[in-house]
Design a protein around this ligand. Sequence first.
Ligand SMILES: [Ca+2]
Ligand SMILES: [Ca+2]
Ligand SMILES: [Ca+2]
Ligand SMILES: [Ca+2]
Length: 482
Amino acid sequence: MTLAATVATALVTQPVLAQPRHEPARSVSNIEQPKRSKQPAVSSYMRGQLIVGFRPSATERDRSGLLRRTSARVIDRIPQFGATLVKIPPSLNVIRAMNAYEREPSVAWAVPNLLTHRDEVVPTDPLFTEQWGLRNVGQSHQIADPPPPTVQGLSEADIDASDAWSTTTGSVEAVVAIIDSGIEATHPDLQASLWSNVDEIAGNGLDDDGNGYVDDTYGWDFIENDAVPQDTEGHGTEVAGLIAATMNNGIDGSGVCPGCRLMILRAHNLGQELNAIAYAFENGADIINASFASADVFLAPEWLAFQAAYKAGVLSVAAAGNEAGNNDMAIPDLSNTKLADAPLFPASYDIPGILSVAASNDQDQYGYRTGCAIQLQKTNPCFFTNFGHDSVDLAAPGVDILTTSPPGSYVVADGTSFSAPMVAGVAGLVKSVHPEYSVVQLRNAVLNAVDHPADLAGGWTATMAASTPRRRLWRAPRRAFD
Ligand SMILES: [Ca+2]
Ligand SMILES: [Ca+2]
Ligand SMILES: [Ca+2]
Ligand SMILES: [Ca+2]
């Protein structure tokens, strides 16, 4: 993994927009006469501007004469399309001027300089405006460690989810397995998004699909060894909402891939985790979300499990960790009495099928606790996200994140645990449009669409490693495997 840490802004616009939005440019002579459409809405074009196509037969004298008579002047030419952008007196009604131009013998067509709109889908869910990570227009939003209760983000420091949703909001065929603390399956914003094991008959005491698990309809509880992976901690429910909370249902907010389906695998130790990984790739998951840290040391069986998932066609998205540490640095324990202190796994396994995700904030900076930084008037003691030029692939929103919480409410929280599901959701959107993608294609589609804002391009990475006490500054309040 060679990318510098980057942010997930515009994560999805490239991979999901696989087809060109516009027809290829044609030569002027082949351009058809545009059909007259209904007049555009008043607010949707530049005042005092027209784009004019003169006929090939028009002379320079025709053109300059018309411009003079209408007190217009040329402000741009686009010769590839025979288009001339002209400025007309602002007092003139643009539509009337357009019609007048079109009556001129020297003019083939004239149109207002229409404003182009980003093709967005903005959900109606009441708390969507709090979800700055999905769509940041500089709005105020709650923070995880008040006071103050709210802050204002930087417009466009987000993953542009609403732009991607104009292409897809996800397919039920795209299945994300969440290996975590389970889920509150009755949560009104989550219950519609659970994966359905269609070959299993619920509650009949039989393993109908012969996969080794009785009555497993939407996952498995590896802690209690039953078919109900209920969430007693909240962490898994929070992760689930970021991936696939239901859109436009009037409740809370929306997940990144609300159309995706969630396979819930409850696990709390390495043995359970290994079984959960096997369940995921044997039962049709496309993506594994791993918002947990298992150890600061390479674990052979865990590496084997994630490698097997990769070979089986499953992309894993892992949280980089919350210790403000450099995942590139190996710090052995010289006392020989405990495990090494870095880097963090599974995020740091060098497997092509693992994306390791740091946390960014609403300013496109590496994640620190917002309220802490405001109160101390400095950010360093409040940093939490792990980073790493080689071992971390990208950053995604992980500060002041609103998401679903048991029993049926929501919470605002910090952590790379929430950055990973943002990326898992993006991968779900890509997989929804391109089910044929291999793990590497899916991973590359995500990585090729990231922004590279200055703060995430290396600044903090360098100074942080050199100058501050690095590790254990802060530990997320809830991490599944703590
Ligand atoms: Ca079964
Ligand atoms: Ca059954
Ligand atoms: Ca259970
Ligand atoms: Ca909702």
